[in-house]
Design a protein around this ligand. Structure first.
Ligand code: ADP
Length: 303
């Protein structure tokens, strides 16, 4: 048997190669650890983002719940106002009729004193009915229950009529009132009763918020050729409205204090309702005002 001795292997790997190998191995481990760390940080960040998303979701849900509760509360309030006003109107109308009968002498002659007291009672009752009717009008418009009953109507005729009706009030306040209208009819398709109330309200406000002896001008303009709107302007020389108060005046129940507002009553409903009605006609209502100089309201209605 030949016993061959295994030759001794000499790999003779240089030291620097061995070092590099060790280094590379160590670097791979570091790299993995680094990646692991980054991954973990990303997982934590993702978890936090998920938590934040859950919080936001929760907040959003709460907001929706609150909004629903508010809408329900608002509906309940509107219904209450509507019901209460209906219930109040019937007895208040009864009082008006009975006082009217007394004043007309149905139950015998009255002394001057009795007449004066009954006149006061009649006026107070009128104001009460006015407030009740205003509340009912607002409840109806807020509930979206206003259905316009439109017909083509001569607005010039309507204005003449209103001016005639309010003449006594202008005279009482010693105000000079002018109507500037074209000679020919100016027609538009409107809900006559409601647009009349809108204009009455603007003219009534002009008179309420204008001192004695001053001028109020109501004018009616036909659309220019090809124009689309009829416009009604109510211009006064009254107390005016400060610029910062202008956005408030079309808000519900919003009264703006001015030198005459304490003296004259009001509910802060008139302009809110007027704007809603003009909007329903696809029209616009706007104003310009200068404190102590006067105010001009313009209502535009499709011709
Ligand atoms: P009310 O007259 O019952 O207070 P309105 O809705 O008709 O309610 O008007 C809201 C507010 O706008 C009034 O309180 C008043 O301050 C202001 N206003 C309206 N019209 C005029 C006007 N022509 N001149 C000055 N202020 C006005």
């Amino acid at each position: 048997m030949v016993n061959r001795k295994q030759p001794k292997r000499n790999y003779n790997v240089p030291v620097h190669v061995i070092k590099r190998l060790i280094n590379t191995h160590t670097n791979v481990d570091d790299h993995t650890r680094e990646l692991e760390k980054k991954l973990q940080a990303q997982i934590v960040a993702l978890k936090q983002a998920e938590d934040r998303l859950k919080d936001t979701e929760e907040q959003f849900k709460n907001m929706v719940d609150q909004q629903t509760a508010l809408v329900e509360l608002n509906d309940a309030k509107d219904e209450f106002i509507s019901l209460a006003s209906h219930q109040l109107r019937t007895p208040a109308t009864g009082v008006k009729q009975f006082i009217g009968m007394l004043l007309e002498g149905y139950f015998g002659d009255l002394t001057e004193e009795q007449k004066t007291v009954l006149d006061y009672a009649y006026e107070s009752n009128e104001r009460q009915l006015q407030v009740i009717n205003d509340l009912l009008k607002v409840a109806q418009v807020d509930a979206g229950k206003v259905v316009l009953n439109k017909q083509v109507y001569d607005l010039a005729d309507m204005l003449e009529d209103i001016m005639q009706e309010q003449r006594a009030q202008f005279e009482k306040r010693n105000q000079h009132v002018f109507l500037d209208r074209p000679d020919s009819p100016v027609t538009a398709s409107v809900d006559v009763g409601r647009i009349r109330m809108v204009v009455e309200n603007l003219i009534d406000n002009a008179s309420k918020y204008t001192p004695e002896g001053k001028k109020i001008t109501v004018s009616l303009h036909q659309p220019h050729i090809g124009g689309k709107f009829v416009s009604i302007k109510v211009k006064d020389e009254g107390v005016g409205i400060a610029e910062e108060d202008i956005p408030k005046i079309f808000q519900k129940f919003s009264r703006v204090d001015n030198p005459l507002s304490v003296k004259v009553g009001g509910t802060g409903i008139g302009l809110y309702w007027a704007k809603k009605i003009v909007d329903l006609h696809d029209g616009t209502i706007s104003l310009k005002s200068k404190p102590a100089r006067g105010t001009t309201f313009v209502v535009k209605i499709p011709a």
